[in-house]
Design a protein around this ligand. Structure first.
Ligand code: NAP
Length: 521
């Protein structure tokens, strides 16, 4: 059995406190142990700030982009091995594992391309300069400079590759060194990636450190130029945000938390239309891909009341085509949940929701003799207003169908009861209806995905996070965002308003100067 170590202060370190055993959620065979502790957090942070920061500061965007491309290539070389690890440690099907690993290398390549585009500069301008005085001699310009601190990234278990590398792509391109902590239950994939990164020697010393297990007291030593980017449950996010040291030093924090993502079927969508086919396949895909363990997966499905019976029958038929079982088998489309605690939490969550509705398919009865398997479960709500459906994220293959009147205003009001979401998908061909819905739902969401007959053929599913668009959301979704092309870099940089003589400001910091150039996004 393997022991997962950390790579800190330029060497591998094995923690021995509070060991946790990682297992294969299909066979329950133990795979690895992860221990914690035995390091000085202050020294780890200082190593990043004092070694890694200056090494990145010596490079421009284009050169940092080349590092990202090299990382992407190095990880891609090990694609098959990583897929196998995700199958064993995460219960991923091959498709699930590819989604994570190719998402990671693709995002790195996207940011490598952005680095190339941003060119031989180290600063970003924010918009055009503007006249502040009586004449243009007194001039203003907003500019972004890299924060001379360290980016601490805490990642969730469900995307061990993509979650870590999309954060790294933005931080490294912006010029900040990183410390990565993976979610422990599926840390094997992240740990192997850490080994590859270290073995290849692509990154200068101090730019990348990796902590298996607990971070110890590291949050207590972050300072005003450091940042914390967290992905995980809203409960953990709230707990971390409340850390006294982070509050005291106003450490910049980005939280990507959970979300009761909604799919809304507009009343005009005909059962024979492309938009309806897209709705059925996307809802079923979201419920079963990665066994529903996706932050963007649909949890609530809003359907006009008079169509609930037919739509539920169609969804049940669609879900019935998903073969559940050992993810190493070729025709299996959904594997087990990733861990024992996930298995227990999801079963409890299904039972809590089912108490307020009826189970159309699935439930909590065992479906395999061994392993953390739960059937794709569709529940039909008795009352769409019931707060139970808008409060709890069941992080597994479970969604609830909620009837509504067909009115766009009512649909938005019910969707917004989720308290802030990462993504909401709406399926409608009547632009007046969807526009009304979008205007009311947008303030509560980081992303709205509008499905219609016109885009059905080319659409990527709403559960897919794209590096050129922001990912995040208000309220319970964490209140932050990440990615979104150049926007993803801004978290790692400080925006400063420069005011002074136009000639001097424009020469070095102007939106067309060689140093800053025009903002690319
Ligand atoms: P979690 O239990 O909140 O853990 C997330 C991360 O926080 C893990 O690395 C965990 O480490 C760490 N952590 C927990 N307590 C900590 C503490 N006191 N100090 C420092 N780190 C701490 O979430 P999860 O079960 O891994 O992930 C599932 C959740 O993430 C779901 O709710 C899902 O919706 C959400 N998620 C959101 C997004 C998004 O982009 N918004 C993406 C993916 C997942 P250990 O594993 O070692 O405990």
């Amino acid at each position: 059995m393997q022991t997962l170590s950390s790579h800190i202060l330029g060497r591998w370190h094995t923690g021995t406190e509070k060991p946790v055993t990682l297992e294969n959620p299909t066979t329950l065979a133990p795979l690895a142990t992860v221990g914690s502790g035995g390091f000085d957090s202050k020294a780890v942070l200082a190593f990043a700030r004092e070694k890694g920061g200056p090494a990145l500061a010596a490079l421009n965007f284009q050169e940092r982009g080349k590092l990202l491309a090299a990382l992407s290539g190095a990880i891609h070389e090990h694609r098959d091995e990583l897929i196998q690890l995700a199958l064993e440690n995460g219960g991923n099907t091959r498709g699930d594992a590819k989604f994570d690993i190719d998402g990671a290398t693709g995002t790195l390549m996207y940011y490598a391309g952005l680095g190339e585009k941003l060119g031989a500069r180290t600063l970003l301008s924010d918009g055009e300069g503007l006249q502040l005085g009586r004449t243009a001699r007194f001039w203003g310009q907003h500019v972004y400079t890299t924060r001379p601190g360290v980016a601490l990234h805490i990642n969730a278990f469900n995307f061990p590759a993509w979650g870590m590398l999309e954060k790294m792509a933005c931080a490294l391109l912006a010029g900040m060194p990183v410390i990565e902590k993976p979610g422990t239950p599926t840390a094997l994939v992240a740990w192997r990636i850490a080994q590859i990164i270290v073995e290849k020697g692509i990154l200068p010393a101090g730019v990348y450190q990796f902590v298996s297990g607990s971070l110890g007291d590291m949050l207590d030593h972050l300072g005003p130029q450091d940042v914390l980017a967290f992905t995980g449950s809203s409960g953990t996010g709230a707990n971390l945000r409340g850390n006294a040291n982070l509050i005291k030093h106003n450490v910049r924090v980005n939280i990507e938390a959970d979300s009761l993502n909604a799919a809304v079927l507009a009343p005009d969508v005909d059962a024979s239309s492309d938009a309806y086919g897209l709705f059925l396949s996307n809802v079923a895909l979201d419920m079963t891909q990665k066994t529903g363990q996706k932050c963007t997966a649909v949890r609530r499905v809003f359907v006009p009341a008079e169509r609930v019976k037919d739509v539920v029958a169609d969804l049940v038929a669609q879900l019935g085509r998903t073969k559940v079982g050992d993810p190493s088998e070729k025709d299996v489309r959904m594997g087990p949940l990733a861990s024992k605690s996930q298995f227990e939490e999801v079963k409890k969550g299904i039972e809590r929701l089912a108490a307020h509705g009826t189970i159309a398919t699935g439930g909590t009865d065992p479906i395999q003799p061994k392993g953390y398997f739960v059937a794709p479960t569709l529940i039909v709500a008795k009352d769409a207003q019931n707060p139970a459906f808008h409060a709890e994220e069941v992080f597994g293959p479970c969604a609830v169908v909620l009837p509504y009147s067909g009115d766009a205003v009512e649909a938005a009001r019910l969707v917004n009861l989720g308290g802030g979401g990462l993504v909401c998908s709406v399926y409608g061909n009547d632009a007046e209806w969807t526009d009304r819905f979008v205007l009311l739902a947008a303030p509560w969401h980081g992303r709205i995905w509008i499905g219609s007959d016109k885009m059905a053929e080319q659409a990527l599913p709403p559960g897919m996070v794209l590096p050129m668009m922001i990912h995040g959301g208000p309220g319970r979704a964490g209140g932050g965002d990440e990615l979104g092309a150049e926007r993803g870099l801004h978290f790692y940089m400080q925006r400063t308003a420069l005011q002074g003589f136009k000639g001097a400001i424009e020469a070095t910091f102007g939106d067309k100067s060689p140093a800053t150039g025009t903002s690319g996004s």
